[in-house]
Design a protein around this ligand. Sequence first.
Ligand code: PLP
Length: 406
Amino acid sequence: MITINDNYLKLKASYLFSDIAKRVGAFQKSNPDREVIKLGIGDVTRALPQACVAAFHKGVDDMATEKTFRGYGPEQGYDFLREAIAKNDYQSRGADIEADEIFISDGAKCDTGNIQEIFSTDIAIAIPDPVYPVYLDTNVMAGRTGDFKDGKYQGIHYLSCTRANNFVPDLPNQPVDLIYLCFPNNPTGTTITREALKTWVDFAKKEKALILYDAAYEAFITDDTLPRSIFEIEGARDVAIEFRSFSKTAGFTGTRCAFTVVPKSLMAFDKTGGKHSIHSLWNRRHTTKFNGVSYPVQRAAEAVYSVDGKKQVRELIEYYLTNAALIRKEMGALGYDLVGGDNSPYIWIDGKSDSWEFFDRLLNQAGVVCTPGAGFGKCGQGYIRISAFNSYENVEKALKRIKQVL
Ligand code: PLP
Protein backbone atom coordinates (compact mmCIF):
# COMPACT_ATOMS: atom_id res chain seq x y z
CA MET A 1 0.00 0.00 0.00
CA ILE A 2 1.33 3.36 -0.97
CA THR A 3 1.29 5.72 2.00
CA ILE A 4 1.87 9.46 1.97
CA ASN A 5 4.29 11.74 3.74
CA ASP A 6 1.72 12.72 6.33
CA ASN A 7 3.56 15.93 7.14
CA TYR A 8 1.77 17.24 4.05
CA LEU A 9 -1.51 16.88 5.96
CA LYS A 10 -0.29 19.50 8.42
CA LEU A 11 -0.03 22.13 5.67
CA LYS A 12 -2.72 24.76 5.67
CA ALA A 13 -5.32 23.81 3.07
CA SER A 14 -4.35 26.24 0.37
CA TYR A 15 -1.53 28.44 -0.72
CA LEU A 16 -2.04 32.17 -0.18
CA PHE A 17 -1.93 33.18 -3.82
CA SER A 18 -4.38 30.52 -4.92
CA ASP A 19 -6.84 31.82 -2.29
CA ILE A 20 -6.42 35.29 -3.73
CA ALA A 21 -6.78 34.03 -7.31
CA LYS A 22 -10.06 32.31 -6.35
CA ARG A 23 -11.52 35.51 -4.88
CA VAL A 24 -10.34 37.58 -7.85
CA GLY A 25 -11.78 34.95 -10.26
CA ALA A 26 -15.15 35.04 -8.47
CA PHE A 27 -15.19 38.87 -8.56
CA GLN A 28 -14.36 38.92 -12.28
CA LYS A 29 -17.04 36.35 -13.01
CA SER A 30 -19.74 38.39 -11.34
CA ASN A 31 -18.35 41.73 -12.61
CA PRO A 32 -17.16 40.96 -16.16
CA ASP A 33 -17.04 44.66 -17.12
CA ARG A 34 -14.94 45.84 -14.16
CA GLU A 35 -11.22 46.22 -14.82
CA VAL A 36 -9.15 44.71 -12.01
CA ILE A 37 -5.73 46.20 -11.19
CA LYS A 38 -3.36 43.69 -9.64
CA LEU A 39 -0.97 44.98 -7.01
CA GLY A 40 -0.97 41.65 -5.21
CA ILE A 41 1.45 38.90 -6.20
CA GLY A 42 5.05 40.07 -6.52
CA ASP A 43 5.43 39.45 -10.22
CA VAL A 44 7.20 41.94 -12.44
CA THR A 45 5.40 43.46 -15.40
CA ARG A 46 8.10 45.16 -17.47
CA ALA A 47 10.03 43.51 -20.31
CA LEU A 48 13.55 42.10 -19.95
CA PRO A 49 16.35 44.67 -20.30
CA GLN A 50 17.45 44.95 -23.95
CA ALA A 51 21.00 43.84 -23.09
CA CYS A 52 19.57 40.58 -21.67
CA VAL A 53 17.30 40.06 -24.68
CA ALA A 54 20.24 40.49 -27.09
CA ALA A 55 22.41 38.05 -25.10
CA PHE A 56 19.48 35.62 -24.85
CA HIS A 57 19.08 35.70 -28.69
CA LYS A 58 22.81 35.25 -29.17
CA GLY A 59 22.70 32.29 -26.76
CA VAL A 60 19.95 30.67 -28.82
CA ASP A 61 21.96 31.26 -32.02
CA ASP A 62 24.94 29.52 -30.36
CA MET A 63 22.73 26.45 -29.96
CA ALA A 64 21.99 26.45 -33.71
CA THR A 65 25.42 25.39 -34.96
CA GLU A 66 27.49 22.44 -33.84
CA LYS A 67 30.59 24.55 -33.30
CA THR A 68 28.98 26.62 -30.56
CA PHE A 69 26.25 24.20 -29.43
CA ARG A 70 26.14 23.28 -25.72
CA GLY A 71 24.60 20.17 -24.21
CA TYR A 72 24.51 19.59 -20.45
CA GLY A 73 26.39 22.37 -18.74
CA PRO A 74 28.02 22.29 -15.31
CA GLU A 75 25.23 21.77 -12.73
CA GLN A 76 26.64 24.64 -10.68
CA GLY A 77 26.45 27.04 -13.61
CA TYR A 78 28.82 28.28 -16.28
CA ASP A 79 32.01 29.99 -15.13
CA PHE A 80 31.21 33.09 -17.20
CA LEU A 81 28.15 33.77 -15.02
CA ARG A 82 29.63 32.67 -11.68
CA GLU A 83 32.65 34.89 -12.28
CA ALA A 84 30.54 37.91 -13.27
CA ILE A 85 28.46 37.51 -10.09
CA ALA A 86 31.48 37.08 -7.80
CA LYS A 87 33.18 40.15 -9.24
CA ASN A 88 30.21 42.52 -9.54
CA ASP A 89 27.92 41.56 -6.67
CA TYR A 90 30.53 40.66 -4.07
CA GLN A 91 34.21 41.47 -4.64
CA SER A 92 33.44 45.01 -5.86
CA ARG A 93 31.67 45.63 -2.53
CA GLY A 94 34.48 44.20 -0.43
CA ALA A 95 32.75 40.86 0.16
CA ASP A 96 35.15 37.96 -0.05
CA ILE A 97 33.22 35.52 -2.27
CA GLU A 98 34.79 33.35 -4.99
CA ALA A 99 33.09 32.19 -8.19
CA ASP A 100 33.14 28.54 -7.09
CA GLU A 101 31.09 29.42 -4.01
CA ILE A 102 28.19 30.42 -6.27
CA PHE A 103 25.59 27.87 -7.40
CA ILE A 104 23.42 28.97 -10.32
CA SER A 105 19.84 27.70 -10.22
CA ASP A 106 16.44 28.26 -11.76
CA GLY A 107 15.03 30.12 -8.78
CA ALA A 108 15.46 31.35 -5.25
CA LYS A 109 12.13 29.71 -4.46
CA CYS A 110 13.60 26.26 -5.17
CA ASP A 111 16.86 27.07 -3.39
CA THR A 112 15.29 28.52 -0.23
CA GLY A 113 12.89 25.57 -0.25
CA ASN A 114 15.46 22.86 -0.94
CA ILE A 115 18.32 23.95 1.30
CA GLN A 116 16.73 22.57 4.49
CA GLU A 117 17.12 19.06 3.06
CA ILE A 118 20.81 18.89 3.97
CA PHE A 119 20.17 19.54 7.66
CA SER A 120 18.91 17.28 10.41
CA THR A 121 15.17 17.06 11.03
CA ASP A 122 15.55 17.68 14.77
CA ILE A 123 17.14 21.15 14.59
CA ALA A 124 15.55 24.25 16.15
CA ILE A 125 14.41 26.73 13.52
CA ALA A 126 13.72 30.46 13.76
CA ILE A 127 11.43 31.90 11.11
CA PRO A 128 10.16 35.48 10.86
CA ASP A 129 6.47 36.25 11.20
CA PRO A 130 5.22 37.53 8.74
CA VAL A 131 7.24 35.53 6.22
CA TYR A 132 7.62 34.46 2.58
CA PRO A 133 5.67 31.16 3.01
CA VAL A 134 8.24 28.88 1.31
CA TYR A 135 10.62 28.76 4.30
CA LEU A 136 7.90 27.59 6.63
CA ASP A 137 6.04 25.17 4.36
CA THR A 138 9.17 23.32 3.25
CA ASN A 139 10.09 22.70 6.89
CA VAL A 140 6.55 21.47 7.57
CA MET A 141 6.86 19.06 4.62
CA ALA A 142 10.18 17.81 6.00
CA GLY A 143 8.60 17.02 9.37
CA ARG A 144 10.32 19.69 11.45
CA THR A 145 7.08 20.99 12.96
CA GLY A 146 4.07 19.84 14.86
CA ASP A 147 0.51 20.71 13.90
CA PHE A 148 -0.82 24.12 12.95
CA LYS A 149 -2.61 25.54 15.99
CA ASP A 150 -3.81 29.04 16.71
CA GLY A 151 -2.10 30.49 13.62
CA LYS A 152 1.27 28.84 14.26
CA TYR A 153 3.07 25.57 13.63
CA GLN A 154 4.15 23.90 16.86
CA GLY A 155 7.90 23.57 17.27
CA ILE A 156 8.90 26.65 15.23
CA HIS A 157 10.49 29.60 16.96
CA TYR A 158 8.67 32.54 15.37
CA LEU A 159 10.52 35.85 15.11
CA SER A 160 7.77 38.44 15.49
CA CYS A 161 8.09 41.47 13.24
CA THR A 162 5.79 44.19 14.49
CA ARG A 163 5.62 47.97 14.76
CA ALA A 164 7.30 47.62 18.17
CA ASN A 165 10.58 46.39 16.60
CA ASN A 166 10.11 48.30 13.34
CA PHE A 167 9.54 44.95 11.63
CA VAL A 168 13.15 43.83 12.14
CA PRO A 169 13.11 40.74 14.37
CA ASP A 170 14.79 40.65 17.77
CA LEU A 171 17.38 37.96 18.47
CA PRO A 172 15.81 34.70 19.69
CA ASN A 173 15.60 34.31 23.46
CA GLN A 174 16.44 30.63 23.15
CA PRO A 175 19.09 28.58 21.30
CA VAL A 176 18.29 27.97 17.63
CA ASP A 177 20.22 26.16 14.89
CA LEU A 178 18.78 27.52 11.65
CA ILE A 179 17.65 31.13 11.14
CA TYR A 180 15.79 32.51 8.14
CA LEU A 181 16.23 36.23 7.41
CA CYS A 182 15.07 38.19 4.38
CA PHE A 183 16.09 41.78 3.55
CA PRO A 184 14.76 43.85 1.87
CA ASN A 185 11.88 41.93 3.34
CA ASN A 186 8.98 40.25 1.69
CA PRO A 187 6.28 41.06 2.75
CA THR A 188 7.08 44.11 4.92
CA GLY A 189 9.53 45.88 2.58
CA THR A 190 11.80 46.72 5.53
CA THR A 191 15.60 46.66 5.46
CA ILE A 192 18.27 45.92 8.05
CA THR A 193 21.24 48.06 9.05
CA ARG A 194 24.81 46.78 9.10
CA GLU A 195 24.86 47.05 12.90
CA ALA A 196 21.68 45.01 13.33
CA LEU A 197 22.84 42.38 10.83
CA LYS A 198 26.15 42.12 12.68
CA THR A 199 24.26 41.18 15.88
CA TRP A 200 22.69 38.27 13.96
CA VAL A 201 26.06 37.13 12.62
CA ASP A 202 27.54 37.26 16.14
CA PHE A 203 24.54 35.40 17.56
CA ALA A 204 24.85 32.66 14.92
CA LYS A 205 28.55 32.32 15.63
CA LYS A 206 27.92 31.95 19.36
CA GLU A 207 25.15 29.36 18.78
CA LYS A 208 27.03 27.50 15.99
CA ALA A 209 23.86 28.26 14.03
CA LEU A 210 23.37 28.97 10.33
CA ILE A 211 21.66 32.03 8.83
CA LEU A 212 19.79 31.58 5.55
CA TYR A 213 19.78 35.10 4.14
CA ASP A 214 17.32 35.77 1.34
CA ALA A 215 18.41 38.87 -0.58
CA ALA A 216 16.09 38.40 -3.59
CA TYR A 217 15.21 42.13 -3.44
CA GLU A 218 18.75 43.44 -2.98
CA ALA A 219 18.60 45.44 -6.23
CA PHE A 220 15.98 47.75 -4.69
CA ILE A 221 18.38 49.08 -2.05
CA THR A 222 19.15 52.69 -2.85
CA ASP A 223 20.46 53.72 0.58
CA ASP A 224 24.20 53.17 0.40
CA THR A 225 24.57 52.75 4.15
CA LEU A 226 22.53 49.52 4.02
CA PRO A 227 24.19 46.15 3.39
CA ARG A 228 23.29 44.54 0.07
CA SER A 229 24.72 41.22 1.10
CA ILE A 230 25.23 39.51 4.45
CA PHE A 231 28.79 38.84 3.27
CA GLU A 232 29.54 42.55 3.68
CA ILE A 233 29.38 41.82 7.41
CA GLU A 234 32.52 40.58 9.14
CA GLY A 235 32.35 36.93 10.13
CA ALA A 236 29.35 36.11 7.89
CA ARG A 237 31.36 33.70 5.75
CA ASP A 238 31.38 31.29 8.69
CA VAL A 239 27.66 31.46 9.48
CA ALA A 240 25.58 32.34 6.41
CA ILE A 241 24.23 31.21 3.07
CA GLU A 242 22.81 33.88 0.76
CA PHE A 243 20.07 33.54 -1.87
CA ARG A 244 19.72 35.93 -4.76
CA SER A 245 17.61 36.00 -7.88
CA PHE A 246 17.47 37.72 -11.25
CA SER A 247 13.65 37.59 -10.99
CA LYS A 248 13.06 40.97 -9.40
CA THR A 249 16.45 42.46 -10.29
CA ALA A 250 16.07 42.09 -14.04
CA GLY A 251 12.56 40.82 -14.72
CA PHE A 252 13.50 37.12 -14.91
CA THR A 253 10.39 35.75 -13.15
CA GLY A 254 9.38 33.95 -16.34
CA THR A 255 12.91 33.39 -17.63
CA ARG A 256 14.20 31.73 -14.41
CA CYS A 257 17.69 32.29 -13.09
CA ALA A 258 18.94 32.73 -9.54
CA PHE A 259 21.91 31.78 -7.41
CA THR A 260 22.91 30.64 -3.94
CA VAL A 261 26.19 31.56 -2.30
CA VAL A 262 27.65 28.90 -0.02
CA PRO A 263 31.08 29.86 1.35
CA LYS A 264 33.62 27.06 1.55
CA SER A 265 34.43 28.02 5.14
CA LEU A 266 30.89 27.18 6.25
CA MET A 267 30.64 24.08 8.48
CA ALA A 268 27.83 22.00 9.97
CA PHE A 269 28.15 19.24 12.52
CA ASP A 270 27.27 15.56 12.82
CA LYS A 271 25.90 13.98 16.01
CA THR A 272 29.40 13.45 17.40
CA GLY A 273 30.41 17.07 16.74
CA GLY A 274 32.44 16.23 13.62
CA LYS A 275 32.63 19.10 11.11
CA HIS A 276 31.32 18.86 7.55
CA SER A 277 31.56 21.35 4.72
CA ILE A 278 28.13 22.75 3.87
CA HIS A 279 29.52 23.68 0.43
CA SER A 280 30.29 20.00 -0.23
CA LEU A 281 26.89 18.87 1.01
CA TRP A 282 25.04 21.42 -1.11
CA ASN A 283 27.22 20.58 -4.10
CA ARG A 284 26.32 16.90 -3.64
CA ARG A 285 22.63 17.71 -3.37
CA HIS A 286 22.63 20.17 -6.27
CA THR A 287 24.52 17.91 -8.67
CA THR A 288 22.32 14.93 -7.78
CA LYS A 289 18.99 16.66 -8.23
CA PHE A 290 19.61 19.50 -10.68
CA ASN A 291 20.98 19.59 -14.20
CA GLY A 292 21.73 23.25 -14.69
CA VAL A 293 20.02 26.35 -16.02
CA SER A 294 19.78 26.54 -19.80
CA TYR A 295 22.75 28.09 -21.58
CA PRO A 296 20.87 30.98 -23.28
CA VAL A 297 19.28 31.95 -19.95
CA GLN A 298 22.70 32.06 -18.27
CA ARG A 299 23.98 34.23 -21.13
CA ALA A 300 20.98 36.54 -20.60
CA ALA A 301 21.77 36.72 -16.87
CA GLU A 302 25.43 37.45 -17.58
CA ALA A 303 24.32 40.50 -19.58
CA VAL A 304 22.90 42.02 -16.37
CA TYR A 305 26.54 42.82 -15.52
CA SER A 306 27.44 44.44 -18.87
CA VAL A 307 27.69 48.23 -19.04
CA ASP A 308 24.35 48.51 -20.87
CA GLY A 309 22.78 45.81 -18.68
CA LYS A 310 23.68 47.63 -15.46
CA LYS A 311 22.18 50.86 -16.77
CA GLN A 312 19.00 49.17 -17.98
CA VAL A 313 18.55 47.23 -14.73
CA ARG A 314 18.92 50.49 -12.79
CA GLU A 315 16.19 52.08 -14.94
CA LEU A 316 13.92 49.10 -14.36
CA ILE A 317 14.37 49.25 -10.60
CA GLU A 318 13.87 53.03 -10.56
CA TYR A 319 10.63 52.60 -12.47
CA TYR A 320 9.20 50.30 -9.78
CA LEU A 321 10.61 52.46 -6.99
CA THR A 322 8.76 55.45 -8.47
CA ASN A 323 5.54 53.42 -8.23
CA ALA A 324 6.44 52.47 -4.66
CA ALA A 325 7.01 56.13 -3.73
CA LEU A 326 3.58 57.04 -5.10
CA ILE A 327 1.92 54.24 -3.10
CA ARG A 328 3.73 55.39 0.05
CA LYS A 329 2.72 59.00 -0.52
CA GLU A 330 -0.96 58.38 -1.27
CA MET A 331 -1.61 55.72 1.35
CA GLY A 332 0.32 57.79 3.91
CA ALA A 333 -1.82 60.83 3.02
CA LEU A 334 -4.92 58.74 3.73
CA GLY A 335 -3.61 58.36 7.27
CA TYR A 336 -2.38 54.78 7.09
CA ASP A 337 0.70 53.74 9.05
CA LEU A 338 3.07 52.04 6.60
CA VAL A 339 6.63 50.81 6.06
CA GLY A 340 8.66 49.68 3.06
CA GLY A 341 8.65 50.99 -0.47
CA ASP A 342 11.80 53.10 -0.22
CA ASN A 343 14.38 50.33 -0.64
CA SER A 344 11.87 47.72 -1.67
CA PRO A 345 8.98 47.12 -4.08
CA TYR A 346 6.58 46.27 -1.23
CA ILE A 347 4.61 48.58 1.04
CA TRP A 348 3.26 47.11 4.26
CA ILE A 349 0.18 48.95 5.42
CA ASP A 350 -1.68 48.78 8.70
CA GLY A 351 -5.24 48.48 7.41
CA LYS A 352 -6.74 49.03 10.86
CA SER A 353 -9.05 46.06 10.23
CA ASP A 354 -8.95 42.35 9.47
CA SER A 355 -6.54 41.72 6.54
CA TRP A 356 -8.96 39.67 4.44
CA GLU A 357 -11.79 42.13 5.10
CA PHE A 358 -9.57 44.96 3.88
CA PHE A 359 -8.53 42.85 0.89
CA ASP A 360 -12.20 42.18 0.00
CA ARG A 361 -13.05 45.85 0.38
CA LEU A 362 -10.31 46.93 -2.02
CA LEU A 363 -11.26 44.20 -4.48
CA ASN A 364 -15.03 44.61 -4.40
CA GLN A 365 -15.21 48.39 -4.13
CA ALA A 366 -12.06 49.59 -5.91
CA GLY A 367 -11.29 46.62 -8.18
CA VAL A 368 -7.73 46.58 -6.79
CA VAL A 369 -5.94 43.41 -5.70
CA CYS A 370 -3.51 43.58 -2.78
CA THR A 371 -2.20 40.77 -0.58
CA PRO A 372 -3.74 40.26 2.88
CA GLY A 373 -1.00 40.35 5.49
CA ALA A 374 -2.57 37.52 7.49
CA GLY A 375 -1.56 35.17 4.67
CA PHE A 376 2.09 35.71 5.63
CA GLY A 377 1.67 34.78 9.29
CA LYS A 378 -0.08 35.66 12.51
CA CYS A 379 1.78 38.98 12.91
CA GLY A 380 0.56 39.98 9.44
CA GLN A 381 -3.04 40.14 10.67
CA GLY A 382 -4.40 43.66 10.26
CA TYR A 383 -1.94 44.49 7.47
CA ILE A 384 -2.01 44.40 3.69
CA ARG A 385 0.92 44.33 1.26
CA ILE A 386 0.76 46.48 -1.84
CA SER A 387 3.24 45.68 -4.57
CA ALA A 388 4.82 48.28 -6.88
CA PHE A 389 5.07 45.78 -9.74
CA ASN A 390 2.74 47.25 -12.33
CA SER A 391 2.73 50.15 -14.78
CA TYR A 392 2.87 53.66 -13.33
CA GLU A 393 -0.47 54.40 -15.00
CA ASN A 394 -2.14 51.43 -13.32
CA VAL A 395 -0.67 52.30 -9.92
CA GLU A 396 -1.95 55.87 -10.31
CA LYS A 397 -5.38 54.61 -11.36
CA ALA A 398 -5.51 52.07 -8.51
CA LEU A 399 -4.65 54.73 -5.94
CA LYS A 400 -7.31 57.10 -7.29
CA ARG A 401 -9.92 54.35 -6.91
CA ILE A 402 -8.66 53.45 -3.42
CA LYS A 403 -8.91 57.10 -2.38
CA GLN A 404 -12.54 57.16 -3.51
CA VAL A 405 -13.54 54.15 -1.42
CA LEU A 406 -11.51 54.63 1.75
N1 PLP B 1 12.55 34.95 -2.09
C1 PLP B 1 11.63 35.88 -1.84
C2 PLP B 1 11.70 36.62 -0.56
C3 PLP B 1 10.62 36.14 -2.76
O1 PLP B 1 9.70 37.06 -2.50
C4 PLP B 1 10.59 35.40 -3.97
C5 PLP B 1 9.54 35.62 -4.98
O2 PLP B 1 8.58 36.29 -4.83
C6 PLP B 1 11.56 34.46 -4.18
C7 PLP B 1 12.54 34.25 -3.23
C8 PLP B 1 11.52 33.60 -5.41
O3 PLP B 1 12.35 34.04 -6.39
P1 PLP B 1 12.56 33.21 -7.74
O4 PLP B 1 11.69 33.84 -8.76
O5 PLP B 1 14.02 33.35 -8.02
O6 PLP B 1 12.17 31.79 -7.48
